[in-house]
Design a protein around this ligand. Sequence first.
Ligand code: ZN
Length: 127
Amino acid sequence: MGNVADLTGRRFGRLTALRPTGGRRHRSPLWLCRCICGRTHEVPVRSLQSHCTRSCGCLRRETTPRNAGYAPQPGRDVAMQRDRAAGATLAELAVKYGVSRQRVHQVVRSVRRPGESAAEPYDRRTA
Ligand SMILES: [Zn+2]
């Protein structure tokens, strides 16, 4: 008791603990960590051990935009609609543009595929 746990070299998600900074936050010793993205980040030990903090922030930056609605990307949407009109399936478009099939459906539902009377309903899941 009383000693700061030695976390040197321990991995916490994307972070590897380097050394204690000597500082504290929320009464928890701060550790300097290196993230796999190359940045360093000071993290309270408690956040590391509770797995609250698993990156320098890049993890959240990468995952949040995808989860929290979609920023309009008119250029991409137009390209998606063009591919759809050329006969691409929702699944193919989802892979090609890196978005969910539901999102593809939102973008292309007004587009008719050749030989189809209406846009393919999203409910017709194959997965
Ligand atoms: Zn990072």
